[in-house]
Structure formats: structure tokens, C-alpha cells
Design a protein around this ligand. Structure first.
Ligand code: 4AZ
Length: 263
């Protein structure tokens, strides 16, 4: 189901940026990045990042990421929960490898999706899952509503996930991580036009591309200073120059998330 979401969103963006993309292709036909590790990163473990959760189906097939913010609450993307029911979703913690059987599997008793969510490119891409049983892992802190300065352009952010290592490629069996610079809102608006909703989104990625989240990383964390500051949401392809990854701007939703965590 994540593939469906990605294609839909990519298509919407492609419509808005077709001319720019065509120009880019003509100008730099050989600039297509070779398949790289998230895209462009290194392997890591859930021991190093114990709050990074796999969101899976009932057969424990991973389709999104999530972040443990309390023993029974996981922050993820709303678009990851489209068509999902509590009985069809599991959260798996402490499992570095997709093909592992270790760690802790929790059922989900409640799925809260932001009531305004329609499509990732319209914003409000945040959901909170309530687990039926507690996860025995260290939780992540998340930004407060007032910490808007964390997104200052150029600030280093960390991305994590099991997603594909190239657009249209295969998922990584092992958890991966990379760092990317936060991108200014004006630059992101130049890349994505009206699909970039400044109040709800923040962009991160190198101008030259090559490092990014990709399909299957959705819902996972963007950490700034070790604190959850974003949720992997969408982008035009993966790791393309001029098209940074787009993340849910968590300061905007911090108070709503806190309400969910306390309910
Ligand atoms: C996805 O489909 C996805 N390059 C996640 C991140 C990005 C694109 C697509 C950003 O899960």
C-alpha cells in the first residue's frame, strides 16, 4: 500500500513540476544516481536507535516506520495508515533486520489519524498508534510546539528506515541511517510549488541529491539533535538533485501528539 501512496503523490508532484523535470533531464541525462544505501547511508541497528519501530502487517511484513514516544505510543505518518485497521497492523521493536524474528511484536488497540489528513501533499501527515502491550525500549523525545528554530536551514538531521535504497529498488534488510541538511522553506517551495505546505512540512536533503529517504521509510523519524522533529512523508522520487525529502513538521503537531499520548 505504500507503493500506491508514493506513486499517487509522485504523480501529483510530477504534474506540477513536469517542465522543470524535463529541463533537468535534458540538462543532466547522466546525473541519475546509482543505487545506494536508505539512499546514501550506512547500516545501523535498533540497539543504536531503540525507538525506531517497524510498522508491519499481521504477517510482520514491514511497510512503514514509526517512532516509539512512550511505552505504548508510536508516532508515524497518516498516509501509512490509509486502509489499515487495528487488527491488521503490528508494531515491531528491537528488530534490526526485516527477516529477523527477534524483538517485541505489539498489537495496536487504536489508530489516531490527524482528522485533516487527505493526502501527504496536503499536509497533516501524522498518526499515533496505541499499542495493546508496552514496548521495553527507550523512547524518543519529540519537539515541543515552540521549538521551531530546530528547522534552521543547514541544520543536520538524521533519517532512519528499512526503505528502498534507490527509487523503485528493493528494501534494505538491515536498518539504515543517513544525515541530511535541513532545507529552507523558500528553497523547498521552489522545488515543490503549492504541494509544499510550509506550516505542515519541512524539507531535508543535499542540493546535489544522493542521500534521502525512499519508499518504505515513510512514517519513520527525522531526528534533529537526537530529538524527533519530523516524520518521513513524501518527495519527488528519491535522492534526486533539487528534490529534497519532505517531512511532517512536528512542531506544528506536537500539542496534538501530546494529547494523543495522554489519552
Ligand atoms: C515513500 O513512498 C517515500 N524521497 C518516502 C520518502 C520519499 C519518497 C517516497 C522522499 O515512502
Amino acid at each position: 500500500m505504500f507503493g500506491f501512496n508514493r506513486v499517487r503523490k509522485a504523480a501529483a508532484v510530477a504534474t506540477a513540476t513536469a517542465a522543470a523535470a524535463a529541463t533537468a533531464l535534458l540538462a543532466a541525462p547522466s546525473a541519475v544516481a546509482a543505487p545506494q544505501p536508505i539512499v546514501g547511508g550506512t547500516t545501523t541497528t535498533t540497539t543504536a536507535y531503540p525507538f525506531v519501530m517497524q510498522i508491519t502487517d499481521a504477517s510482520q511484513n514491514q511497510f512503514c516506520g514509526g517512532t516509539l514516544v512512550s511505552p505504548t505510543k508510536v508516532v508515524t505518518a497518516a498516509h501509512c495508515m490509509v486502509g489499515e485497521t487495528t487488527s491488521g497492523v503490528r508494531v515491531v521493536g528491537g528488530r534490526t533486520y526485516l527477516n529477523g524474528t527477534n524483538g517485541t511484536v505489539a498489537r495496536v488497540s487504536r489508530i489516531w489519524v490527524h482528522p485533516g489528513y487527505t493526502d501527504a501533499t496536503n499536509g497533516d501527515d501524522v498518526a499515533v498508534l496505541t499499542l495493546s502491550t508496552s514496548m521495553p525500549y527507550t523512547t524518543a523525545k519529540y519537539v515541543s510546539a515552540s521549538q521551531t528554530s530546530v528547522y534552521a536551514a543547514g541544520t543536520t538531521a538524521r533519517i532512519l528506515g528499512w526503505g528502498t535504497t534507490s527509487a523503485g529498488g528493493s528494501s534494505s534488510n538491515q536498518l539504515r541511517t543517513a544525515t541530511v541538511p535541513t532545507v529552507s522553506d523558500s528553497s523547498c517551495a521552489s522545488s515543490y510549488g503549492s504541494d509544499f505546505v510550509q506550516s505542515d512540512m519541512v524539507c531535508a536533503g543535499k542540493t546535489s541529491g544522493g542521500v534521502d529517504t525512499c519508499q518504505g521509510d515513510s512514517g519513520g523519524p527525522l531526528l534533529i539533535g537526537g530529538v524527533l522533529a519530523g516524520i518521513t512523508s513524501w518527495g519527488e522520487g528519491c535522492a534526486q538533485a533539487g528534490y529534497p525529502g519532505v517531512y511532517t513538521r512536528l512542531t506544528t503537531f506536537s500539542n496534538l501528539v501530546t494529547t494523543q499520548i495522554n489519552s
